[in-house]
Ligand binder design. Structure first.
Ligand code: F6R
Length: 604
């Protein structure tokens, strides 16, 4: 994970770097540091803790208009001052910031130590600074290439050299890195949010690219050191979209933004009452014998919803697989399998690895991604962007719901092409999809009620989420939301499984949150609700509007807007996003930056 930034221009680098690091803090926040170039020397300040601690340690002004910065999520070495980045070469000439993992760092460290190098940290990253020193003969670019040639693993690097004022090198290999092009100033960062306040003109680097950046120029070289055409584009969202906009937390803002985000996902893809996603022209769905969805965390939960919808509408056998498991399972994949990778950040290492595994076996890989130009997008044969806008809170909300909406649209599109649904049904489903933003708004309107309920239930220690089928998929996501931001352990259980062992845990101290929105399985769910009630548990039920029967069984009820049974997963997750948010708030948790987590998981 980790966030890196680099700047060279006319402004004071300290301020630009600190402001940028604050925007990147979601990527990791256990320590931070900056290196600033001035008068042929590099000043470096590093601190454990957050950016505030770093700023305090820096104290007053630091002169210099060129520098690099880093905010860390520890992988190798404890989160302390010593292991914080930037790392400096022994001769003090080079400062580097690194995001990713240098997989062969142990052998490089042994080699460098044998040559007399004394390491100052426990990190894998420090070898980069030491190699630069070893290979430097007055030619900065050549030292960068020789160093990069020795590295294995994933890395985004930012490098400054004391001999070269007004010059930075940025290197990308399987970790995110974007260059921001300004007027008389240039930037690089792990994410555009770090410099969006200054420029929206960007260059997306490809794996193996090296960018040489001065205040007046950006030159991009390919893996062989030859200049290549830079991939330029303009970011369409602005700084406002990346700010909290009056909300206490990004998470709440992003929950509230869901209707708008869903509209951005859905509207441009409906033409003349039909679903017309861009970028699927070369995908011949009739040749697809099986679909495998690969993703991690919440994106995997979106995949579970997708599996149910695709199978029901298209009758293509579909599985949702955890990307981190898939790649090691020697999966049975061939060219007739369509692999769908789902990722908000587009940089999740496990998802990328699963995609590579699938591609190596001949599969076509389609992705559902939010971040434009991300590694997942670049690796895909077909890309469907969710266009949800920047998601800053570590716990995903609009990222998840827009992924689910995109899967709905894909399923309808594919079902039409396969002749599995009539034109009338296509129109009906398309119209219903168009109404989803408004229905999600109705779930958001439950906000005051959910806040009230969270006050009642925030002390329960191990809530159980139970549901069947689509409702079970929502349980997985609702339980993860609660766990990750409130640190309350919870279980998501397929309701029918309770009696196979777990019901032993149900007692009068337990809260059971029962999703009973799937109409066809309502009676079965009622039996499960009765079973837990009989053992004294309190039951909070989530049901469709108008379902009165539940009143006699549940202690509390949340009513969500009804929609086609295929699409309920979207409206029904929102109250539990809010519930997790308010429980975490009641419990005084750091909601946007939960402990031990990071927004973009670029390590396996
Ligand atoms: C949970 C959450 C994570 C991500 C997972 C995949 O709220 O955000 O579980 O869903 O790390 O991330 P992406 O979608 O960026 O691949």
């Amino acid at each position: 994970m980790c966030g890196i930034i680099g700047y060279t221009g006319k402004k004071n680098a300290r301020k630009v770097l600190i402001d940028g690091l604050r925007k990147l803090e979601y990527r990791g926040y256990d320590s931070a540091g900056v290196s600033i170039l001035h008068d042929g020397a590099i000043t470096t300040v590093k601190s454990s803790g957050r950016i505030d601690a770093l700023e305090e340690k820096i104290g007053g002004e630091v002169p210099g208009v060129t520098g690099v910065g880093h905010t860390r999520w520890a992988t190798h070495g404890a989160p302390n001052d010593r292991n914080a980045h930037p790392h400096i070469s022994g001769d003090g000439r080079f400062a580097i910031v690194h995001n990713g993992i240098i997989e062969n760092y142990e052998s490089l460290r042994a080699e460098l130590s044998a040559g007399g190098v004394c390491f100052k940290s426990d990190t894998d990253s420090e070898v980069v600074a030491c190699l630069l020193e070893q290979y430097y003969d007055g030619d900065f670019k050549s030292a960068v290439y020789k160093t990069v040639g020795r590295l294995e693993g994933s890395f985004a690097l930012g490098i400054v050299c004391a001999d070269c004022p007004d010059r930075l090198f940025a290197v990308k290999n399987m970790s995110p890195l974007i260059v921001g092009v300004g007027e008389g100033e240039n930037y690089f960062a792990s994410d555009v949010t770090a410099f969006i306040a200054h420029t929206r003109d960007i260059i997306s680097l490809r794996d193996g690219d090296v960018a040489e950046i001065t205040s007046g120029s950006v030159t991009v070289y390919g893996p062989d050191g030859e200049e290549v055409e830079p991939a330029r584009s303009v970011v369409t969202w602005d700084v406002e979209a990346a700010e909290k906009g009056g909300f206490d937390h990004f998470m709440l803002k992003e929950i509230m933004e869901q209707p708008r985000a869903l509209e951005a996902t859905i509207k441009p893809r409906v033409k003349n009452g039909k679903i017309a996603p861009e970028g699927l022209d070369e995908l011949d769905i009739s040749k697809v014998s099986r679909i495998v969805i690969v993703a991690c965390g919440s994106a995997y939960h979106a995949g579970v919803v997708g599996k149910y919808v695709i199978e029901r509408l298209c009758r293509i056998p579909t599985t949702a697989e955890l990307a981190s498991e898939f790649r090691y399972s020697d999966p049975i994949i061939d060219e007739n399998v369509l692999v769908i990778a789902i990722s908000q950040s587009g940089e999740t290492a496990d998802t990328l690895a699963a995609m590579r595994e699938a591609k190596s076996k001949g599969a076509r890989v389609m992705s559902i991604v939010n971040v434009v130009g991300s590694s997942v997008a670049n690796l895909s044969d077909n890309v469907l962007y969710t266009w949800a806008g920047p998601e800053i809170a570590v716990a995903t909300t609009k990222g998840y719901t827009t992924q689910v909406a995109m899967l709905y649209m894909f399923a309808v599109w594919a079902a039409v092409r396969l002749g599995k649904i009539t034109e009338a049904r296509e129109r009906e489903l398309t119209q219903t999809i168009m109404t989803l933003p408004e229905r999600v708004q109705r779930s958001i309107d439950l906000n005051p009620k959910i806040e009230e309920m969270s006050k009642k239930y925030h002390t329960y220690k191990t809530p159980f989420f139970i549901g069947r089928n689509f409702d079970y998929a929502s349980c997985l996501e609702a339980s993860l939301k609660l766990k990750e931001i409130s640190y309350i352990h919870s279980e998501a259980y397929a309701a029918g499984e309770l009696k196979h062992g777990t019901i032993a845990l149900i007692s009068p101290d337990e809260l059971v949150i029962a999703y009973c929105c799937h109409e066809a399985l309502y009676d079965k769910m009622m039996s499960n609700v009765k079973e837990v009630k009989a053992r004294g548990a309190r039951v909070l039920a989530v049901v469709k509007e108008g379902c009165e029967r539940i009143m006699s069984e549940a202690d509390d009820v949340i009513y969500v807007a009804e929609t086609d049974p295929l699409f309920m997963a979207l409206t029904q997750i929102v109250p539990m996003q809010l519930f997790a948010y308010y429980v975490a708030k009641e419990n005084g948790c750091d909601i946007d930056k939960p402990k031990n987590l990071a927004k973009s998981v670029t390590v396996e």
